[in-house]
Design a protein around this ligand. Structure first.
Ligand code: NSP
Length: 223
């Protein structure tokens, strides 16, 4: 049988190229991304991370093996502590107050992505859930390294680039890939297909998340 992560990576090749080519990531790489766009992204990402941490905690609760329980429990804590610290630095730089962040409401894309993760956590299988979570790790590691290889000196977004191209983050990504492959190895064909679908859906949402920040996305009516 083929390895799940290789199949999922191949299946999303065109999507991943589109992610590399996004105006948000192109501008982030050369440091020209406008402050209002990064500010929007930071606030939405803070909202995202809270729900993502819940999905990770649910994966820890559902995990059939201690190694995966520990990994997801740690990742849930890191989403709230480590990634929040990164946001804290940028919040200061961009003058985002705690009150402003607390009062923010999720954009349509942020809402869609987090609800997809949470509904998978609560109504999907453990296998589907880990497949839905994996792009949140792997796509960021991929984009972090891609941008780190292109960026020049004095990039105002260097701390973001450093976080997601860091070798320690890479180790965490490798561990989640291995956990997902173990889950897929004993899954039925139907379950494996559901895993591929979940991986692809989250990868689509990763594209949409950066795109929505570039467009400063709002709800089309009623806000
Ligand atoms: C939308 C999104 N996806 C993934 C990550 C990386 N944990 C993040 N910070 N934000």
């Amino acid at each position: 049988m083929t390895i799940f992560s290789e199949d999922a990576w191949d299946d999303t090749a065109a999507l991943r190229r589109a992610i590399h080519d996004l105006p948000f990531n192109r501008d982030l790489a050369d440091g020209s991304l406008t402050g209002d766009r990064f500010r929007f992204y930071m606030i939405q990402d803070a909202l995202y991370l809270e729900q993502y941490a819940r999905a990770l905690a649910t994966a820890a609760a559902k995990a059939p093996e201690p190694d995966a329980m520990e990994r997801f429990a740690l990742a849930s804590q890191e989403a709230l502590v480590v990634e929040r610290a990164l946001h804290g630095g940028f919040f200061e730089t961009f003058g985002i107050t705690a009150d402003e962040a607390a009062a923010a409401s999720p954009s349509p894309t942020c809402y869609g992505y987090t609800n997809f993760l949470l509904s998978t956590a609560h109504t999907g299988s453990y296998e589907e859930l880990v497949a839905a979570i994996l792009p949140c790790f792997w796509i960021y590691w991929d984009v972090g390294r891609y941008i780190a290889g292109k960026t020049g000196p004095d990039n105002p977004y260097q701390a973001w680039i450093d976080t997601y191209s860091d070798a320690d983050f890479g180790d965490a990504v490798e561990a989640v890939i291995a956990i997902t492959n173990r889950a897929a190895a004993t899954a039925s064909a139907t379950c494996r297909n559901a895993m591929l679908k979940a991986f692809r859906r989250s990868t689509q949402y990763e594209w949409m998340f950066w795109d929505s920040a570039y467009r400063l996305e709002t709800w089309p009516i009623g806000s």
